[in-house]
Design a protein around this ligand. Structure first.
Ligand SMILES: [Zn+2]
Length: 64
């Protein structure tokens, strides 16, 4: 079980993993349409856990 590095509460990336403890699903907030920036947010303390960047490379095969 992953834990938030800030508040130490359990996190889950998928709803199915939320059975145990009081884990909550990590929030993913997406901004932009062409260049999508995905921000992962702790559902407990609202701290930003990290970013994932997509430049269209997943669809076109081009490296970002
Ligand atoms: Zn947290």
């Amino acid at each position: 079980m992953a834990k938030c590095p800030y508040c130490k509460k359990p996190l889950a990336l998928r709803a199915k993993a939320c059975d145990a403890a009081n884990a909550k699903v990590v929030r993913k907030e997406v901004a932009g349409s062409i260049k999508q920036e995905v921000m992962y947010v702790c559902p407990h303390c609202d701290c930003v856990l990290g970013f994932a960047f997509f430049m269209g490379g997943l669809l076109t095969g081009r490296p970002s």
